[in-house]
Design a protein around this ligand. Sequence first.
Ligand code: UDP
Ligand code: MN
Length: 284
Amino acid sequence: MDCEPKSKELCQLNITSNLVGRFNISTKILSNEEIEINIKRLKKSQFGINCIRHQSVAIIVPYRNRSEHLQIFLNNIHQMLIRQHLAFYHIFVIEQHGDDPFNRGRLMNIGFIEALKWYHGFDCFIFHDVDLIPEDDRNEYLCSKQRPRHMSGYIDKFDYEPYTDYSTGGVCALTRSQFELINGYSNNFWGWGGEDDDLTERIVFFKMKILRMENVFQRYTMLKHEQEKPNPIGSRLIHMNKKTYCYKGLNSLRYKMIERLDVGHLYTKIVIDPCYSKHQQLVV
Ligand code: UDP
Ligand code: MN
């Protein structure tokens, strides 16, 4: 694995060199082999652009049972990231095993911990829904050292209407120290909703502001899916959690590892059991 920056020169990313700007996302469902071929071809065509961005980025994707979305995501995101010439990036797909309610926040925390075990040098973590496909490669997949970033500001499903200033849902980017400061996501949100608003509350509690670049680059397409059932106590939990940020979250995380597998060069798959029956009572 080549994690060392190849050159000290910073990329001047612009459309005339390597970027294409707004692009039509591909909704073809390709096999892993076909995606790898696309990547190889693209890398060849980018050969000679000898510059980098100075961040190593881990992309953390919470996942269960959305295989078509995953293939579309991988094909599009790899091609975009290659055009952006990051110093280094790697995708981690954190899969929840079994039929218990989905716990997106817990999977994000597991992704953070496991990514650092895989490579200790990551300095930026992008927490990314599998069904959100960026539409413009000028949306830089990097962290801001000053503030956590909300990246998926404009989504086709919502007619690209801007979010409130107070959101981190969909795709957000935090440096390692920002994520550690807020003690990660809450582990408590089982089922749809709440964990992203809780993350926002944590960011505000630790006196940071969320950065959203008000530009046309941060547009995403959401792939179609059924709406999950909301967690009935979600909003109450957000309120209750406030006093527990420092000792509940990343530092109280428990899970059972089931499988860890590098899938070619595409991603590292981590299958876990979040231990629902143990934790739903304990609420850690
Ligand atoms: N997710 C998943 N399987 C599920 C539910 C959620 O993989 O059964 C992951 C996936 O990454 C998805 C994200 O969690 O994009 C957020 O869930 P969803 O898309 O249902 O939420 P919404 O779009 O309504 O915010
Ligand atoms: Mn979705």
